[in-house]
Every structure is written in structure tokens, then in C-alpha cells.
Write a protein that binds this ligand. Structure first.
Ligand code: ADP
Ligand code: MG
Length: 548
């Protein structure tokens, strides 16, 4: 496809500078086609997939038309949700960074009316709002449309789905007749075409065809899995690729909830998003994801629609989407605007036929991959870590750290090689030992997951499998310290005086151990273990946290 430079689109200097700051190298196809038409003053219907840069496609020509001297509202952008209104307003503000005196305000239901009224009174050239709230302000005369020369309907099909059609008609009917009306949508259902016929003048249709939808930079793979193994496979892939942000798609709300519980139980930072969540909770989840507090967002198609987060490095189709078009929507969340991305699909049994349909429909190749074994995960993680080390060595000033290590080496207890190996092992988590080579399903309890952050979660992993009448204790020593289960039994029995046979199951990990003792002996054991040592190492015992 030929590339279009923003300079060729006749865009003014301040916006060109802003676009450069935003890191856009060239215009996307929809931008290349829609911007010139709008600049000529035409009404436009733009149809293109999510993630194709539609916001700038209408935002740039709209900003160019704004007269900053006139404080009155000149452009109205209607969006289906509060999240989108905020996103669009943010994108426009970025584009307007070097323009003097252009105010962009998102208005949406749920936000305090008085705050919005105060902001509107201060003079706002561009209002980005949900239809309901825009109408509210029109009724109160806190938003006047007299000077509006452009109305944009963004995600028109989504607004239709949400039942905003009448509101939109009301707003369009009250906007000045001499205006430009621009409509963007991923799909063009009949009702949308109807709106176009009724409210646009001789609209020009701009379309980016489906076959261009699948971004080639996205590597797409599928795994044949059993339903019950999906969580395990997902975890292995997450560990292996360690994506900064991941989106996991499920077909149902219940699956979203179940998967979030499963992932959190394994120490991953995952949150769910679906239609049943209250708006403020949705906002919180999205904020967490954008700010990087949440690494993994699990969502249904509807809930994820229109969400725009950069840096999504991997998309997982935990369930194969029912609708082929959803596949394109889903994987379009990664590899945005030419970035690299990965898409993984889990296929159960006969779903392979659905996957074949998807490949035909999207004209794309989805390659089969073997489910990674635990040792595959470990190897890839090791590679990633070593590569990062190489970058650090090449790019960073290590003087201070070299000194620290030199100090450590003075004792001559171990070699730098051993020290480096220990660092690698620590980085890897504890997968260096007892690698489970078996295919999915037979994973041991002592396996550790989610290398980066699992350490923080070690203590409070859900442990509802304690035996009746037993209490699980956390002991700060593990295999790595050369401790054996017998040492722990011996210490507990010896120091607290309870018979060894009363001590229940012992789960020993590299750095700590869980041990069960009878409920009525807990305090005796905790008291007895104070200030004691095993093999010269101070031992600390406390109740293991159980959630709920
Ligand atoms: P859409 O509305 O079509 O779903 P957006 O307007 O939300 O897409 O854009 C998706 C992402 O791509 C945003 O992060 C946006 O900043 C970015 N983007 C838009 N245009 C370009 C471009 N020309 N080059 C690179 N990135 C772009
Ligand atoms: Mg959009």
C-alpha cells in the first residue's frame, strides 16, 4: 500500500508538529482518504476497523476549522461511551497542543453537572460527549449550538446498538443547517445509512476494505487445547512472552469472571471487564490497565469494543470468537498503527473449522504451535533475561554496581560465575529446578508462575486445600537454603513439643515452606518457634494468609 505523508494532506504547521510529537510517521489509509475530503468541506462517511486512526481522521480537519477567537462551541463529537469521549478528547487535545486557545471538553453522564456547566461557561470550542448528556445541556441551554459548524458521529454503529439513535436525530435536527456532518463507523448497518441520508448532504463514502484490516505486523498463532487446560496454557504463554500488557478475550461474562479468579489465584495482575460492571468499576479497571497496574485485561467483545490502549503486546482468544469479524476486532488491539503484536488463539476440538473460516474471511494465516512445555517457558524466559542483560551492559553505566559486586567477591566464597548464575535463577523465579516436562495437566503445586511479580504474592496465594482441623503455617525457609522437610518437622516437634506425627502436609518451595499443624496446637507451635534456628538460619513462622 502506498504511504501517505501528513505533509501531503495540506495540514497546517501546528498540527503537523503535534502529529510528529505523537509519533505518527505517516497517515493511515482512512486518514489519507478522509482528511482531504473534509478539508474541502464535504460531508463524509468513513468506514474502517477499530484501531485505524479514525479519531485523527476527523479530529485534524475539525481542528483546522476552529476559530480560536470565537469562544463559542463550534464542533460537537458524539461518542457512545464515557470512556470513548474521554479518549477522543485526549487525542484531540494532543493534536491541538500547538494551537492557541482551542478548548476540548468531554461531557458524559455520571459526571457532576455543575462542574460540566462551569467548564462550558468558560468557553469550549469542541465538545466531545455522549448523546444523552449533550441533549441534557442543550435543554438547559448550557450548551448552545448556534455556532456549531461541524458535527461528528464517532462509532456510529455502537451508538446505534446502545439505543442513542433518537438522541442523535434530535441533536442533528437542532444543529445549524449550514454545517458539515461527518460519520465514522466500523460497520454500516441500514439504520446508520438512514441517518446519513437524512442528515448529510451528498456524503462521500470512504472505506478501508476488510482485507486490509489484518495488520501484517501481527504474528498469529493457534494452539489445540483441551478446555480444562486453557488456563495452564495461557499462563505458560504469559510467562514465556512476558507481554507488557495483554488482552484476553472470552465469549461470556462468566468465563471472564472465572478466568480472572484463576489468574489472580496464580499471582497474575489480571482484571476483568464486561457489561455487568458498574461504570465506576469499569473506569477503575481501565485506569489500572492504562497505568500498568494491571498487566492482563480479560474482557468480552462488547466490553472491549472501542477501548484504545497503546502497548498491548499480546491478544489472546481464550475462546474462539463466535463471529469472524470479532477476530479482526480483537487482534486489532495489538500491533496498533504498525507496532509489533502477537495474537494467540486457543482451539478446542471442532472449533478448528471455525478457525479455518476465520482465516478465509480475514485472508490471513494463523499458524499452529505446539503447547510450550514448562522447560520451553523457562528457556525462552532465560533468553529474554539474557538479552536484557546484554542491553543493560551495552547502555548503562554499571560502575556503582561493579563496586558492590567486587566487595562481595572479596571474601572469595564463590565465583562471579556462581553469582551471575544465582542472579539468573532469582530472576527466573524458581523454575530452574524440577522442570515438569510433561504436557499440560500434570503441573506440580510447587511450580511458580508469573516470574516478574509473583514474589509479592507468594504468601497470600489461595490455599483452601488445608485439611480439616489443620492450620497452614508459612515458614521463611525453603529448599534453596539446604533445608529438608525432615528438618522442619524436627524443629517444630523439638521446639514446641508436639509429636511429629501430628504435623500435616509440608509443601516445600525454593524460598519458603507451607506446613500444616493441628488447629489447637497453632499457638504452641508459634510460641515454640520464636527465636529458633534451623541449620543456623533464623526461622520465622506465621499463619499463612488465606483469602476471603
Ligand atoms: P479508531 O478510532 O479507528 O479505533 P484511533 O483513532 O483510536 O482508532 O487510533 C488508534 C491508535 O492509533 C491511537 O493510539 C492513535 O494515537 C494511533 N494513531 C492514529 N493515527 C496514527 C498514525 N497515522 N500513525 C501512528 N499511529 C496512529
Ligand atoms: Mg475510534
Amino acid at each position: 500500500m502506498e504511504s501517505i505523508r501528513f505533509e501531503e494532506l495540506g495540514i497546517t504547521e501546528p498540527i503537523l508538529r503535534a502529529v510528529k510529537d505523537m509519533g505518527f510517521e505517516e497517515a493511515t489509509p482512512i486518514q489519507g482518504q478522509a482528511i482531504p475530503l473534509q478539508k474541502q468541506g464535504a460531508d463524509v462517511i468513513g468506514q474502517a476497523q477499530t484501531g485505524t486512526g479514525k479519531t485523527a481522521a476527523f479530529g485534524i480537519p475539525l481542528l483546522e476549522k476552529i476559530d480560536p477567537e470565537n469562544r463559542k462551541t463550534q464542533g460537537i463529537i458524539l461518542c457512545p461511551t464515557r470512556e470513548l469521549a474521554i479518549q477522543v478528547a485526549e487525542e484531540l487535545r494532543k493534536l491541538a497542543k500547538y494551537m492557541q486557545g482551542v478548548k476540548v471538553l468531554p461531557i458524559y453522564g455520571g459526571q457532576d453537572m455543575r462542574t460540566q456547566i462551569r467548564s462550558l461557561k468558560g468557553g469550549v470550542e469542541i465538545v466531545v460527549g455522549t448523546p444523552g448528556r449533550v441533549m441534557d445541556h442543550m435543554r438547559r441551554r448550557t450548551l448552545k449550538l448556534d455556532d456549531v459548524h461541524t458535527v461528528v458521529l464517532d462509532e456510529a454503529d455502537e451508538m446505534l446498538d446502545m439505543g442513542f439513535i433518537e438522541d442523535i436525530e434530535t441533536i442533528l435536527a437542532q444543529a445549524p443547517g449550514e454545517r458539515q456532518t461527518v460519520l465514522f463507523s466500523a460497520t454500516m448497518p441500514e439504520e446508520i445509512q438512514e441517518i446519513a441520508r437524512k442528515f448529510q448532504r451528498d456524503p462521500k463514502l470512504v472505506r478501508v476494505l476488510k482485507k486490509e484490516l489484518t495488520v501484517p505486523a501481527i504474528e498469529q498463532y493457534y494452539y489445540m487445547v483441551k478446555q480444562k487446560d486453557k488456563l495452564e496454557v495461557l499462563c505458560r504463554l504469559l510467562d514465556m512472552y512476558n507481554p507488557k500488557l495483554s488482552l484476553v478475550f472470552c465469549n461470556t461474562k462468566k468465563q471472564v469472571d472465572d478466568l480472572v479468579v484463576g489468574l489472580q489465584g496464580r499471582g497474575y495482575f489480571a482484571e476483568g471487564l464486561h457489561g455487568d460492571l458498574k461504570q465506576n468499576l469499569r473506569d477503575r479497571v481501565m485506569l489500572g490497565f492504562r497505568s500498568g497496574h494491571t498487566d492482563i485485561l480479560v474482557a468480552t467483545d462488547v466490553a472491549a469494543r472501542g477501548i484504545d490502549v497503546d502497548d498491548v503486546e499480546a491478544v489472546f482468544n481464550y475462546d474462539i470468537p463466535q463471529d469472524e469479524e470479532y477476530y479482526v476486532h480483537r487482534i486489532g488491539r495489538t500491533g496498533r498503527a504498525g507496532r509489533e503484536g502477537l495474537a494467540f488463539s486457543f482451539v478446542v476440538g471442532r472449533e478448528i473449522y471455525k478457525l479455518k473460516d476465520i482465516q478465509r474471511y480475514c485472508r490471513t494465516k494463523i499458524q499452529e504451535r505446539r503447547i510450550p512445555s514448562v522447560s520451553d517457558v523457562s528457556r525462552v524466559k532465560t533468553d529474554l533475561i539474557l538479552r536484557r542483560m546484554e542491553e543493560t551492559i551495552a547502555q548503562e553505566d554499571l560502575g556503582k554496581f561493579v563496586k558492590i559486586i567486587e566487595g562481595k567477591m572479596d571474601g572469595g566464597e564463590y565465583s562471579t560465575l556462581e553469582l551471575a548464575a544465582a542472579f539468573l535463577k532469582t530472576f527466573l523465579g524458581e523454575e530452574g529446578e524440577e522442570i515438569d516436562e510433561s504436557p499440560v495437566g500434570a503441573t506440580g503445586r510447587s511450580e511458580r508462575r508469573g516470574g516478574r511479580r509473583d514474589h509479592d504474592r507468594d504468601h497470600d496465594r489461595d490455599r483452601d486445600d488445608s485439611s480439616e482441623g489443620m492450620v497452614r503455617l508459612f515458614v521463611n525457609l525453603g529448599k534453596n537454603m539446604g533445608i529438608r522437610p525432615g528438618d522442619i518437622v524436627g524443629a517444630i516437634a523439638g521446639e514446641s513439643g508436639i509429636p511429629g506425627r501430628l504435623i500435616g502436609s509440608i509443601d516445600m518451595y525454593d524460598r519458603y515452606t507451607f506446613v500444616e499443624v493441628p488447629k489447637d496446637q497453632v499457638n504452641t507451635v508459634l510460641r515454640g518457634m520464636k527465636n529458633c534456628k534451623i541449620k543456623g538460619k533464623p526461622i520465622s513462622v506465621e499463619r499463612a494468609n488465606v483469602r476471603k
